[in-house]
Design a protein around this ligand. Structure first.
Ligand SMILES: NC(=O)C1=CN([C@@H]2O[C@H](COP(=O)(O)OP(=O)(O)OC[C@H]3O[C@@H](n4cnc5c(N)ncnc54)[C@H](OP(=O)(O)O)[C@@H]3O)[C@@H](O)[C@H]2O)C=CC1
Ligand SMILES: CCCCCCCCCCCCCCCC(=O)[C@@H](N)CO
Length: 851
């Protein structure tokens, strides 16, 4: 509750950029109110009667003359909208008036009319201007010529093509990193042969090995353009893919990039903003914009890169480092050749929605993207469409592209929904075919109504005459507009398995599910918390909850727990950790922890539960719910500011909405206005079951991209300001320090004493002021060589007794006081009061003498 209060307070004090959604709502409300409160147009009969009445009155003509122009818009509108109207605007319909008006006036009238017609276009023309104002971060260009380009996975495929192209474009040095030294050497030969680039360095390292990566990056020297391109792709249906493969994919594609970026960042930053713009390009995939059958692990790894890139760009923008995220489609490379051999059939069908490319074309797009510091780099037409529909709340530097995103968003979302439709149809056809194959091989005995999909649908009897028993065919139904189709998932009497169920959102969800009559199991690490949660739920609902103590990182433990819990109907993955820190300061242990728990742990749970969920056999719908987050993580100091863009929410509300969302089979479940807008804005290629929502998405996505751009602008604005403030602060303190050093401690001391005379001395301040004015202990120790602690304690002691100052600095004392003469070094500073003398010697000895 305290957190909520704090959050609200900080929200109230937030600047307008971070509070814009509220402003936007107010504008919208004002707009709606204004529209509705406009007086309805008068019926023409009424207008006629008024006109007739007034025409007969004295002075009416003049009134019309004057009023004619004033009331022209309404009248013109009514004449435009209602051509059958017998009422004409006075300036046009009264003959006497047209006589009295000069031709100029007519011209004006015509112009007025034309202007009026153009009026609706004005806001339209303002949109580009507004968008140009909106885009942030600011445009930048990153040169490649004469610079050091470091490409991982540079021995093959896309990486090799990028390295070659960079060399051809005049990079001073090209470094490539991969595992196989043989392939690396061959690649080097090839690059030198084809481009004549003299400086090609190769580094043999596995990106999964943090130490090896650090050594390679150190040996390579400061990097100007880092291209993180290494990647593995092992498509397979999740329940047929073993956990080792999933971990391998996440390690190479995600952790590897963390190793690389963490190793390269200090060197890239140290050049400072003056060293010219630098770039970190991360090669994702179109499967990192849309999840694709067979790519659960691969898509997850590439989606993770998007989160990494968006957060990283915010962290490094002030160092003039620009992040690009590249989304290639299927590309002709040795990697793809291998992949195709093991690809599930459906994967091939879906990926063929996007045209294939050559590695060199992808390399060209990548380098162009890097040079123009574009955040999202599309490679082909489908990529452009994908980029538009998944733009969401990502940064955009080009106002032209932003404009295309805003105007193309609705259309792209519409296309996306069409694509989803065709993909889900392909999937269901594939399943039907599989079924038919099974049917042919093993005809079921007895009843013919085996449900074809996981949906109980009436089954047509096989045709009466056939040599082979034919598969059941679904009865023709009206083709639904959307695929996947709407579904309701009941939870009463069903088994709901919630991870992270001992605390927070998970605990409340467990309580709600139990209250609705579900059989609830919860899983977490800490057994004591689990007990407490069980008691809590028992007390609140009277239900008996099963608890499982396991770490989601431990595959065996997860499998045991899920096995003991029995077939799951609704799996809610609500475990997770969220440490927040700048990437540079975050330890790899922490990064690994996040990936292991939040990602790998989730895979392990799903893999453990899936066979039971698939084998349910009763045809009832089941659900897997993953609790994700709205958050992009940024600098700690900044995250508090940026998080203001959204609101803290009550855990009961989150849990209630989650359960309801699961029951109605929603793909995205969002919370609050911001959440709703975010999921509309980031709908991208996500499936949508609700026609109403699909319609809203298509209708509003353009507007929401504006909202997204606005949000991003606010964030980058905040970051800029924050850095400016930091810079001002450090400049000021540096200046003050320099001034004080200039003044010299002796002069300052004397002046200080003159000003103060006999005043009570604030000893600690006096000491600091006199010795160096910089409260940093290192300075004190370096300058005077004294033990800070003793001086400090001494000063505090003196302060307590408020010693009056009677004498000024008197170096001659060192000669007069015999005790001081015996000091080993030269006495540098002496402080005296009525009854105490302190001497600092160059040897770092502090001597006190009490009179
Ligand atoms: N080809 C395609 O269709 C698409 C590819 N992509 C992405 O583009 C990137 C490159 O793909 P592509 O050129 O086809 O791949 P290739 O398989 O042709 O090349 C992969 C490169 O990465 C290196 N590599 C692989 N694993 C590691 C590792 N653990 N540590 C260091 N280096 C490693 C390989 O060298 P070595 O084996 O010697 O280590 C090789 O140089 C990948 O990230 C991929 O996901 C994206 C979309 C489509
Ligand atoms: C809004 C309308 C959008 C329309 C276009 C949709 C097309 C999506 C196709 C996705 C293809 C993904 C290929 C990934 C290749 C890859 O990464 C692996 N080959 C790894 O090598």
């Amino acid at each position: 509750m305290e957190v909520l209060e704090k959050k609200r307070k900080s929200q109230r004090s937030g600047d307008c950029w971070t509070r814009w959604p509220t402003l936007f709502r107010i504008y919208l409300a004002a707009f709606v109110v204004q529209r509705w409160s406009k007086p309805a147009p008068f019926p023409t009969s009424f207008l006629n009667s008024v006109a007739g009445r007034h025409r007969d009155q004295p002075g009416a003509q003049e009134a019309f003359h004057l009023g004619g122009r004033v009331s022209f818009p309404a009248a013109a509108l009514s004449s435009i909208t209602n051509t059958s109207s017998s009422f004409r605007p006075p300036s046009l319909s009264l003959p006497s008036l047209s006589l009295s008006l000069s031709p100029y006036c007519c011209l004006f009238c015509a112009m007025e009319k034309a202007l009026l017609l153009l009026a609706p276009l004005v806001p339209l023309a303002l949109v580009p201007a507004a968008i140009a104002f909106l885009v942030r971060p600011r445009p930048a260009r990153v040169p490649v010529k004469g610079r050091h380009v470091f490409v991982t996975g540079g021995s093959s495929g896309i990486g090799l093509a990028i390295a070659k192209r960079a060399a051809a474009e005049g990079a001073a040095k090209v470094s490539i990193l991969a595992r196989s030294l043989r392939k690396l050497e061959e690649a080097r030969e090839e690059i030198i042969r084809e481009t004549g680039c003299a400086d090609v360095a190769v580094y043999s390292a596995d990106v999964r090995d943090e130490e090896a990566v650090r050594r390679a990056v150190e040996a390579a020297g400061p990097i100007d353009v880092l291209v993180c391109n290494q990647g593995v792709f092992l498509p397979r249906e999740l329940d047929e893919q073993d956990t080792e493969e999933i971990k391998f994919t996440l390690d190479v594609n995600v952790l590897g990039n963390f190793h690389l970026i963490k190793a390269a960042l200090p060197g890239m930053k140290s050049g400072g903003p003056g060293a010219g713009p630098r770039s970190i390009a991360i090669i994702s995939s179109q499967a990192g914009q849309v999840g694709i059958y067979g790519y659960t692990a691969y898509s997850a790894s590439k989606f993770a890169l998007r989160g990494l890139a968006e957060a990283l760009q915010q962290e490094v923008i002030s160092h003039n480092i620009h992040v690009s995220l590249v989304f290639p489609p299927d590309t002709e490379t040795p990697g793809l050749e291998q992949e195709i051999q093991r690809r599930p059939e459906v994967t091939g069908i879906i990926t063929s929605s996007s045209g294939g490319m050559k590695a060199d074309e992808v390399a060209k797009k990548t380098l162009d993207g890097i040079k123009s510091a574009a955040f999202m780099v599309a490679c082909n037409l489908e990529g452009v469409l994908l980029g538009i529909t998944t733009a969401g709340v990502s940064p955009q530097r080009s106002w032209l592209r932003a404009l295309v995103e805003v105007f193309g968003a609705g259309f792209a979302r519409f296309l996306a929904i069409c694509f989803q439709y065709s993909w889900y149809r392909a999937i269901s056809e594939h399943h039907a075919k599989q079924k038919s194959l099974q049917w042919r091989l093993r005809p079921p005995q007895g009843t013919a109504d085996t449900p074809p999909l996981n949906k109980p649908s009436p089954v047509a009897p096989p045709p009466c005459f056939s040599l082979l028993p034919l598969p059941p065919r679904r009865q023709p139904t009206m083709a639904p507009l959307l695929l996947p189709r709407p579904v309701k998932i009941p939870i009463r009497g069903r088994h709901v398995f919630i991870t992270g169920g001992s605390s927070g959102i998970g605990l409340v969800m467990a309580r709600l599910a139990a209250a609705e009559g579900a059989r609830v199991s919860i899983l977490a690490r800490n057994a004591r918390n689990l007990e407490a949660a069980r008691d809590d739920i028992g007390r609140a609902t009277g239900a008996e909850v099963a608890t499982y103590s396991a770490d989601v990182r431990d595959e065996e433990a997860v499998r045991r727990a899920v096995g003991a819990a029995g077939p799951v109907d609704v799996l809610v993955c609500c475990h997770g950790v969220f440490p927040c820190r700048e990437l540079e300061e975050q330890s790899m242990e922490e990064v690994k922890g996040v990936i292991d728990i939040n990602l790998t742990g989730t895979f392990q749970l799903i893999k453990a539960a899936l066979p039971g969920m698939k084998g349910g056999g009763d045809g009832r719908p089941r659900s897997i719910a993953l609790v994700s987050s709205m958050a992009g993580q940024t600098r700690p100091e900044l995250s508090a500011i940026l998080a203001r863009s959204s609101g803290y929410m009550d855990v009961n509300y989150i849990a209630r909405k989650s359960i309801d969302g699961i029951k109605s089979g929603n793909f995205f479940i969002s919370f609050g206005h911001q959440g709703a807008m975010l999921s509309l804005a980031t709908a991208g290629l996500a499936p949508q079951r609700s026609l109403v929502m699909a319609f809203l998405e298509v209708l509003l996505s353009g507007l929401l991209r504006i909202v997204g751009l606005f949000t991003v602008r606010g964030w980058y604005h905040t970051i800029e300001e924050w850095h400016a403030k930091q810079k001002r602060g450090s400049e000021q303190s540096r200046k003050r320090q320099a001034e004080e050093e200039d003044a010299g401690s002796r002069g300052r001391w004397q002046r200080w004493c003159q000003q103060r005379g006999e005043a009570t001395v604030d000893w600690p301040t006096l000491l600091w002021d006199w010795i160096g004015a910089d409260p940093r202990p290192t300075w004190l120790i370096q300058q005077c060589g004294i033990k800070l602690q003793s001086v400090w304690l001494f000063a505090v002691h003196l302060k307590r007794y408020k010693y009056p100052l009677v004498d000024t600095l008197n170096p001659s004392l060192s000669a007069t006081l015999p005790h001081f003469c015996s000091l080993p070094g030269k006495v540098t500073h002496v402080l005296t009061t009525s009854d105490i003398v302190i001497a600092f010697s160059s040897d770092g000895v502090v001597v006190m003498e009490a009179f």
